[in-house]
Ligand binder design. Structure first.
Ligand code: GLU
Length: 445
């Protein structure tokens, strides 16, 4: 059996990290099994779906390196949904209803007052042919799926054995009054049509699963294996949503977060083992195990993604770093990268170091250190500088000034780099190509 999974976003907004985690899980699962991964755009809502969101979704998946073997759009598959709806109608599992939203709300309120669960009372099921014809002449119906009132159980990939009582649910609407097919039906029709074997999705879909298992059965199709992962929350525990600023992938990218840093976190967050930096998706494929995840929601903090980016960069060999450096006009060779990678949290920070080394820095000198730094600069060893240059210089300055420790080193570092922290100066000095500051650049005017 070929494993087939799918990621099924609606292109009605940007992906956030929670959606991307679902995509990653499905991709990891398929790749681990040597199977296929399908991108399905759930765009039956013509009003809210936008091609630019679909483009952004594709870009985000590509950014993380999640490739797909097939892509389909639900808006192009109406014939399939029509045929499946017809099949359900033929079995009496899809019935027309004419209640207005107001009427339904009144019924729900009444049932709550009576202490009964606010589910649909199936009044429309009792309509006879004449009543249906009369109502149908006034306006088109919406269509509900007739649930079997029984418990649906499955062995969940993430959660283990699960059960949902379909008797506690309203018969779901599968077709709206305006004829729009709804997700619950389309998803089953597509999963059956494509031979999807495993559906990994958020825990917010657990009750959908009970309904969809019944639709699979009614259509004579085998239901896939389901897995529901706990949802991610933002750093404060609030649910993620398409409108949550700061946690869109565009925002994370703008903060310099690297795709493998995010993937390393998302593949483990909420699981048994703490996230570790991984340089390739291949490593994550080998490690992926849905059963290792807990049922409690896990919080995603963008600060962790930035810290993970720093850890990833530290581990990245020059050959892998070179293209990213070159793209920023910052490829100063392997010695440069091996020197700065310990001290940067993004490629842009590495590029800033390249600029400092190539062009020289504006010295940062505290007013009280001006005379000291001017004297020290007069003692700079002549170029070329090798790895002993820093020691030779600081020894000479120490002998001349009597300063030592931080009071000696810090002003000199800031004079040459313009920064109070950074890579080892002994390794930086040989990489400096730009002009060194002259004593007159820093002395008081
Ligand atoms: N379009 C649905 C969603 O984004 C897909 C859910 C599913 O995976 O079945 O929630």
């Amino acid at each position: 059996m070929t494993v087939v999974t799918r990621f099924a976003p609606s292109p009605t907004g940007l992906l956030h990290v929670g959606n991307l985690r679902t995509a990653l899980f499905n991709w990891l699962f398929a790749r681990k099994a040597g199977g296929r991964f399908v991108l399905r755009l759930d765009d039956t809502d013509a009003e809210r779906s936008r091609p630019e969101f679909a483009d952004a979704i594709r870009r985000d998946l590509e950014w993380m390196g999640l490739d797909w073997d097939q892509e389909l759009r639900q808006s192009e598959r109406m014939d399939l949904y029509r045929a499946r709806a017809e099949a359900l109608r033929g079995q009496g599992r899809l019935y027309p209803c004419w209640e207005t939203p107001d009427e339904l709300e009144r019924k729900r309120r009444l049932r709550r007052m009576q202490g009964r669960p606010p589910i649909y009372d199936r009044a429309a099921l009792a309509l006879d042919e004449d009543e249906r014809a009369r109502l149908g002449a006034q306006r088109p119906p919406h269509w509900r799926f007739l649930l079997e009132h029984r418990r649906e159980g499955w062995d969940d990939l993430f959660l283990g054995p699960r059960e949902v009582d379909a008797a506690s649910m309203s018969d779901p609407v599968l077709i709206r009054e305006d004829g729009q097919f709804l997700y619950t039906l389309c998803s089953v029709a597509d999963d059956a049509d494509l031979g999807v074997t495993h559906v990994l999705r958020g825990a917010d879909h657990v009750s959908n699963t009970a309904v969809q298992m019944q639709i699979f059965r009614a259509l004579g199709a085998e239901a896939p294996v389901f897995g529901h992962h706990a949802l991610l929350t933002g750093p404060g525990g609030a649910p993620l949503s398409k409108r949550l600023g700061g946690l869109s992938l565009a925002d994370l990218r703008a903060q310099g977060v690297e795709p493998m840093a995010l993937a390393s976190i998302l593949a483990r967050l909420g699981g048994a083992a703490a996230p570790e930096p991984r340089l390739s998706l291949r490593e994550l494929i080998a490690e992926f195990d849905p059963a290792a995840f807990g049922a409690a929601p896990a919080a995603f903090d963008p600060a962790d993604a930035r810290a993970m980016t720093a850890r990833i960069l530290r581990l990245t060999p020059y050959e892998a770093a070179a293209p990213a450096l070159a793209a920023r006009n910052a490829d100063l060779g392997p010695r440069f990268w091996e020197t700065v990678r310990e001290n940067v949290a993004s490629w842009d920070e590495a590029a800033a170091w390249a600029r400092i080394l190539r062009e020289g820095a504006r010295p940062d000198v505290a007013p009280e250190d001006r005379a000291f730094v001017a004297e020290a600069l007069a003692l700079l060893p002549p170029r070329p500088w090798d790895e002993t240059a820093w020691k030779r210089w600081t020894d000479a300055v120490k002998a001349a000034s009597g300063r030592k420790g931080r009071a000696l080193f810090m002003p000199l570092r800031k004079a040459l780099t313009g920064k109070g922290s950074g890579p080892d100066m002994s390794r930086l000095m040989p990489l400096m190509q730009g002009p060194a500051p002259r004593p007159e650049d820093v002395s008081a005017d």
